[in-house]
Design a protein around this ligand. Structure first.
Ligand code: PNS
Length: 168
């Protein structure tokens, strides 16, 4: 048996606005696969105005990943592959829910491979229980008065209550 000398660092990038139980499930499973897992929030998102500031998202993430000693929370700007190289990581971890995620994820993975061929994207299937879950839907359902308990960690629910005015 050869002794393991290499430690594999993976980056789990995303917006995490806010983190859901689906994200957390991936963190938990990823933490078992890799020696170190860095959950990295994109700072310069162009998609839409975020609900939570990056700092708030980092605070919530830090709280929920506390049980996992090999998981770190960070944020990054610019190209993901540059950040991955800076952190001496070799893997990008992403979750796939339904087939509808596939095209977007494939495009990103292929672009990242083109930019940095040595960085591997690893996909994990979302657990069945969370395969319908997204941050966008959580915000929408919560804002419209729906019940989101069990879909986000309690710290996120607390912050949503303080942040989002509920309709109806
Ligand atoms: O959770 P999200 O919003 O689907 O995550 C998207 C993310 C952060 C993984 C993606 O937007 C990203 O990597 N952005 C950084 C910019 C970049 O590297 N773009 C080129 C690769 S496609």
């Amino acid at each position: 048996m050869t002794e393991k000398t290499r430690s594999v660092i993976a980056i789990y990038p995303g917006s995490f606005d806010p983190i859901t139980k689906g994200h957390l499930d991936l963190v938990e499973r990823g933490a078992k696969l890799f020696d170190k897992l860095i959950v990295a929030i994109l700072e310069n998102a162009t998609k839409e105005e975020p609900l939570f500031a990056v700092e708030e998202r980092m605070e919530m993430l830090r709280e929920v990943v506390r049980p996992y000693p090999n998981v770190e929370v960070d944020s990054f700007r610019g190209l993901l592959v540059d950040y991955v190289a800076r952190r001496k990581a070799t893997v990008i971890l992403r979750g796939i829910r339904a087939i509808s995620d596939y095209e977007y994820e494939l495009q990103m993975a292929l672009m990242n491979t083109r930019l940095a061929p040595d960085i591997e994207t690893v996909f994990m299937m979302a657990s069945e229980a969370y395969s319908f879950l997204s941050s966008r839907l959580v915000k929408q359902v919560f804002g419209l008065g729906g019940n989101i308990s069990g879909l986000v960690p309690p710290v996120v629910e607390e912050r949503l209550k303080r942040r989002v005015p509920r309709v109806g």
